[in-house]
Design a protein around this ligand. Sequence first.
Ligand code: PNS
Length: 156
Amino acid sequence: MEKIAVYPGSFDPITNGHLDVITRALSIFDRIIVAVGTQHQKESLLSVEERVKLIKGCVGKRVRVASFNGLLVDFLKEQGLTTVIRSLRAVSDFDYEFQMALTNRELNEEVETVFLMTSKEWLFLSSSAVKELAMNKADISKLVPDNVARALKDKF
Ligand code: PNS
């Protein structure tokens, strides 16, 4: 049976750190669904449609891109899946990730969260940092895929 996992996030925008996690996940799973969470619209720079389009533009064939509104556990149920991928960069990520994984498990005990570590190259990288840099016209071409760098350049 095919092993499929869901990689949820805000992806506002997707970065090379996310892409690194997707590549690592593809060495464990046959297919990945990148799921853009739309519920808590925390001051997002890009619309959900823009984020989905940008992700589609930089991932390979074994990756499907979707968006979900509401709870992650409900999206997983709709898809008939139970595995979630999240990444950990530093210890500071842990509290939030631990809380989220346990909440999801509380909501559905079949849900399992697999944590992957990003490459040390991207330890410092976050979508918020990319936005701040782009907003201030800094060069982000080494931090994000080309289509994202172009989109943010157009935006600002
Ligand atoms: O990239 P982010 O912002 O850390 O991603 C967070 C996301 C979208 C994965 C998370 O907020 C989420 O799963 N939201 C859906 C709502 C939900 O299921 N909440 C219960 C778990 S805390």
